[in-house]
Design a protein around this ligand. Structure first.
Ligand code: GRF
Length: 217
């Protein structure tokens, strides 16, 4: 299924780039129709320009409340008929009006193995805690902070001489693999959410309804 993606990003946008690349390499049947950023300096804007992707800068302080800010974001995404919203380093907690407009249609990437180390500076938290394995998580977004149903995780080792930078770099490489992978699964309609559990359906695992809709399968 060809899907329309809206991306929200606040900074460097390397995850945004990994998704652009996967689409351009035809690994995902999708198009990114809009980038929304809360930061006029975000490098993600440059990436959008380089790839001919429309972008809008929306600064929260220019809105009377956080709820209205996210309502406006939801409106912009709806106007462009977005199927999936991707948070690629968007440094804000998403509020109800956006979550309700796109239920289980918003994905986030987090640089730790959730539910460990939610929130900010997860790599530093992991080092300071002394864990030997960390990683990254792609999850659907609910109203909590990094609490929604988990789609994919990838693990990396943590070494005793790691710094925030070395661990972040090791994790980021995995982020760039699993985020496009999760989006691909979504675009293939292979993610089924039951409460907290996300089931990944095998390719070709066709439900009764699909058979009725497309008897050729
Ligand atoms: C990534 O580490 C991501 O996990 C976190 O914010 C960072 C964004 O990096 N949510 P980038 O902007 O995608 O390069």
């Amino acid at each position: 299924m060809h899907i329309k993606i809206g991306v929200l990003a606040s900074g460097r946008g390397s995850n945004f780039q990994s998704i652009i690349n996967a689409i351009e390499n035809k690994e995902i049947d999708a198009e990114i129709v809009l980038l929304i950023t809360d930061n006029p300096e975000a490098y993600a804007i440059k990436r959008a320009i380089n790839h001919g992707i429309e972008f809008i800068v929306m600064i929260p302080d220019n809105y009377p409340s956080k709820d209205l800010y996210f309502k406006e974001i939801a409106n912009e995404l709806r106007k462009r008929k977005v199927d999936l919203v991707v948070l690629a380093g968007f440094m804000r907690i998403v509020k109800k009006p956006l979550i309700e407009a796109f239920p289980m249609k918003i994905m986030n990437i987090h640089p730790a193995l959730l539910p460990s180390f939610p929130g900010l500076h997860s790599q530093k938290q992991a080092i300071e805690y002394g864990v030997k394995i960390s990683g990254c998580t792609v999850h659907f977004v609910d109203e909590g902070m990094d609490t929604g149903p988990i789609i994919i995780q990838a693990a990396v080792p943590v070494f005793h001489d790691d710094t925030d930078e070395t661990l972040s770099e090791r994790i980021l490489k995995m982020e760039h693999k699993i985020f496009p992978e999760a989006i691909k699964l979504y675009s293939e309609n292979r993610l089924e959410v039951e409460g907290r559990i996300v089931k990944i359906k095998e390719k070709g695992n066709i439900g009764k309804d699909d058979i009725l809709i497309n008897p050729k399968l």
